[in-house]
Write a protein that binds this ligand. Structure first.
Ligand code: CO8
Length: 259
């Protein structure tokens, strides 16, 4: 498929797809068309059997500097509520394959929310991350108040959202917002390497594990543990479980087929 605002490589490495936000002159500001394309591209990759993990990136200067302010500036509350501007964000929630954000430069507002909607984050040492919406007279609207608070705790989330201060990549790492920080030259390669390590495993077990981890944010502990147990049991209906355990017992490397 051709995209106006994305560049998609369905196989940047074995089992790994790469999606690049490509609106560089606007620092990858997330307009509605870009978000629609992103949801559609991720859905295609999510249903593609050879793809086992997806890396989402921008460019060195910006992962994304937020939702597109020009598109929102004149909107009314009714526009915001009734045009269903969040539909594509909701579609991102349903992606089952592991999603790794590779971020550099500005990671702000909706850009930070998009990063937090991914499952893991590899950051360039140049990344600056935060929710500066308060400076525009608004507040985060695509999950920032919830996901940032879950990730870094209430006091720091309050400080960042209420002052608009941004974090350096190192601060974000210490706060638990990103998995690792690496030099600017290698953040994308590092994210692809991480994706490759994930892609070696059974896609069935990966999807069930991702689903269970996400439920830790939605369910009380006891129900979450029951959901985990159901997914653990489901793994035993896969050929990959038989292969993984046989390979261990036969002292060889498993060959997972996704069945
Ligand atoms: N929206 C639209 N255009 C943008 C955005 C943006 N968020 N960010 C940058 N741009 C544009 C600039 O207008 C400029 O365009 P032009 O060259 O035509 O004037 C171009 O990108 C380059 O930007 P700058 O010249 O400003 O570059 P600087 O290096 O001087 O500054 C900054 C970089 C600091 C990142 C600065 O651009 C900035 O502050 N950007 C806005 C950051 C921000 O406030 N983000 C939050 C936006 S609101 C939001 O994300 C709410 C999310 C809720 C989800 C809603 C779903 C519908």
């Amino acid at each position: 498929m051709d995209y106006q605002y994305l560049v998609v490589d369905p196989q940047v490495a074995p089992g790994v797809a790469l999606v690049r936000l490509n609106r560089p002159n606007q620092l990858n500001a997330l307009n509605l068309a870009l978000m629609d394309e992103l949801a559609a591209a991720l859905e295609v990759l999510d249903s593609s059997e050879p793809v086992r993990a997806i890396v989402l990136t921008g460019n060195d200067r910006a992962f994304a500097a937020g939702a597109d302010i020009t598109e929102m500036a004149d909107a009314s509350a009714l526009d915001m509520a009734l045009q269903h501007r969040f539909a594509s964000w909701e579609r991102l929630e349903k992606i089952r394959k592991p999603l790794i954000a590779a971020v550099s430069g500005h990671v702000l507002g909706g850009g930070c929310e998009l990063m937090m909607a991914c499952d893991m984050v590899v950051a360039s040492e140049t990344a600056r991350l935060g929710q500066p919406e308060i400076r525009l007279g608004v507040m985060p609207g695509a999950g920032g108040t919830q996901r940032l608070t879950h990730a870094i705790g209430k006091p720091l989330a309050m400080e960042l959202i209420l002052t608009g201060r941004t974090l350096s990549a190192d601060e974000a790492f210490r706060a638990g917002l990103v998995n690792c920080v690496v030099p600017k030259e290698c953040y994308l390669d590092e994210a692809i390497r991480l994706a490759c390590r994930i892609a070696e495993h059974s896609p069935i077990a990966l999807a069930l594990a991702k689903q269970a981890i996400k439920q830790a944010f939605q369910l009380p502990l006891h129900e979450g543990i029951l959901a985990e147990r159901k997914n653990f049991s489901l793994c035993f209906s896969s050929a990959d479980q038989k292969e993984g355990m046989s390979a261990f017992l036969e002292k060889r490397k498993p060959r997972f087929t996704g069945h």
